[in-house]
Structures are given as C-alpha cells and as structure tokens.
Design a protein around this ligand. Structure first.
Ligand SMILES: CC(C)(COP(=O)(O)OP(=O)(O)OC[C@H]1O[C@@H](n2cnc3c(N)ncnc32)[C@H](O)[C@@H]1OP(=O)(O)O)[C@@H](O)C(=O)NCCC(=O)NCCS
Length: 280
C-alpha cells in the first residue's frame, strides 16, 4: 500500500478485460482481447490489477506450469508511473506464484523494465532480438499441422509443459511442420491487429535452411503487405542468420529473465519464441 495514492492491489477478474485491453493498446502495442484469453481461460489467481481510487491503473498476468510460471503484461498507466506500482504488481504476482509451489518465474523484459525486474529478484537468462519486416512466401516445403503436434517438442526444449497456454495463444494460428533430412521443425504464425506474429519456431537441431523454410511457409496464407514480427534468441546463430537472409531487420533487444531456481530451456533449438505481440 502507498497511502498517499490510495493504491490497492487485487486479483484480476473477468470484468477487468476491456479496461486492460484499453490500457495495453494505449501503449501502441499490438493487442486484441485474445491475448488475455490464456489467463482468463485458465487461472486468474496469480494475475493482479492495481486500483487507485477505484480505477484500474495497472495490471500483471502470470500463468503456472507446475514448478515454473510465466509473468507478462505488466503495465502501469503513464501518469502514475515511477511511484512503485509496477514493483508492487510484480511482487504480488511473485508471491502468489510462490505460494502455489512455483520455484522459477520466467518473463520477457523490454530494456526499460530490466532494472525493475532486477530489483525484484530476476536475473538475465537469454537475450532475444526482435525482428520485423516482410518475408518472401513459399509453398510446398511444409505441411500444415496442429498445435498438439508441436507441444511435445516445445515441452522438451523448455523443460516444462506449456501445452495449455500454447493451445490458447495459438488459437486460429497457421501451424506448419517441415523436414531437412532427419531434422524436423515446427512453426506457428497468426495475425494480431495489423501484424503477423511468428512463434514458436522449434527444431530438433538448429539449421539455417530449415528455419528459412519454416519462416517462408508459415507466413504463406497471410497477406503479403503485412509486417511480420518475431523474437529470436541470440544464442541461436542459424535462426538469426535465417532472419537476416529473409530480409527482416533487427529492431530491439529483449531479455528473458528468471527468478528463483535455474531453468533448463534449450534456446539453441528454439528459432523464435511464442509471442504475445509487443508485450513484455
Ligand atoms: C515498466 C512499468 C510497468 C513500470 O511501472 P512503474 O509503476 O513505473 O514501476 P515502479 O514505479 O515500481 O518502478 C519504476 C521506476 O520508478 C522508480 N520509483 C519507484 N517508486 C518511486 C518513487 N516513489 N519516486 C520516484 N521513483 C520511484 C523505481 O526505482 C524504478 O526505477 P528503475 O526503473 O530505475 O528501477 C511501466 O513503466 C510501464 O507500464 N511501461 C510500459 C509497459 C512496459 O514496458 N511494461 C514492461 C514490459 S516487460
């Protein structure tokens, strides 16, 4: 509590959805209400809003997968920033997750939020480059498949099962699978607002030509004049090269951060992460 602000932090409820979408959209982020569906469909007990004088002025979501939780969508209304609300929301989510047995909390931070997260106990884990631009379409090297086809490899590479959230996040996405010899890869993409968001891209072994194939095939059903966006781990050079070769431009570095017990995700075989749009 910060008395002079009359601040309270409470659990997020379904009725908060329109206000939260409005707040995220006010950042100029790629947003539609589907971004909140994984949280609203699954469990809101680790998601919070900040209220000042009864008005929602901030939010944070987190989702639990066994011992690991993912924290995201942290936003505070611009006029009320730098008064500790972001920190209070983060700590509320951290405590709620830990009280449910979570040992590691993972998030994807924009550069501006890294110090806030460091102060609340997170440390850098993997750096991502965000790419944007247009990608040449190709057909024929990949077959369409279902979300459940990639969840097994996703769980293996992340070290925990994200299938519930992937089903929700990738609802309506184009999902493809292709092969280079023994090496198999999967990619998903969907239109959100005026952007095509690509991710996850997962392969049994990192290989530039497989990433290129997946990228050019997964965007194939979408209009050619729409921007493609994806986030690629810097520790995966074949995936970074594939983005550069396909004409995408690096726009920003984000940081995957972890709090608590070390996680074992293998980002050398993750060509792009599953993205919520522009959100951290
Ligand atoms: C990131 C964000 C959520 C932070 O919210 P916030 O309420 O401003 O966060 P806090 O006030 O707890 O901390 C922000 C800074 O204010 C400082 N601060 C906290 N209380 C303060 C006070 N009373 N007086 C002055 N400064 C204060 C903190 O030390 C912190 O500084 P730091 O960034 O150098 O560490 C907010 O800036 C935001 O919504 N940004 C846009 C969305 C976004 O980028 N979200 C993060 C995605 S990963």
């Amino acid at each position: 509590m910060i008395p002079f602000l009359d601040l309270s932090i409470r659990n997020m409820e379904r009725r908060d959805a329109p206000k939260i979408v409005q707040m995220l959209a006010s950042q100029g982020w790629v947003v539609d209400e589907r971004i909140l569906q994984p949280y609203f469909n699954l469990d809101l007990s680790t998601s919070f809003v900040a209220e000042v004088e009864g008005r929602v002025v901030g939010c944070v979501n987190s989702l639990i997968y066994g011992e690991v939780a993912w924290l995201g969508n942290l936003v505070v209304a611009e006029p009320l920033r730098r008064r500790g609300i972001g920190t209070a929301l983060t700590m509320a989510a951290v405590k709620a997750c830990e009280s449910k047995g979570v040992r590691s909390i993972v998030l994807n931070s924009v550069p501006e939020a890294v110090t806030l997260y460091e102060r609340t106990g997170f440390r850098g884990f993997v750096q991502l480059e965000r790419f944007a631009g247009f990608v040449e379409r190709r057909v024929g090297d990949a077959e369409r498949c279902e979300v459940e086809d990639l969840t097994g490899l996703d769980a293996k590479l992340h070290g925990y099962d994200r299938s519930k959230v992937l089903h929700s996040l990738l609802d309506g996405a184009n999902v493809v699978r292709c092969r280079c010899g023994e090496n198999v890869g999967f990619a998903a993409a969907k239109m959100v607002g005026s952007k095509i968001l690509v991710g996850p891209i997962l392969t049994t072994q990192p290989e530039e030509r497989l990433y290129l194939r997946l990228l050019s095939n997964v965007v194939q059903p979408f209009p050619k004049d729409v921007h493609v966006k994806l986030e690629v781990p810097l520790i995966n050079p074949p995936a970074m090269n594939a983005c550069a070769t396909s004409g995408l431009k690096g726009t920003r570095l984000n940081l995957i951060m972890v709090r608590g017990k070390e996680i074992k995700s293998d980002y050398t075989r993750i060509g792009a992460i599953a993205s919520d749009g522009d959100l951290g």
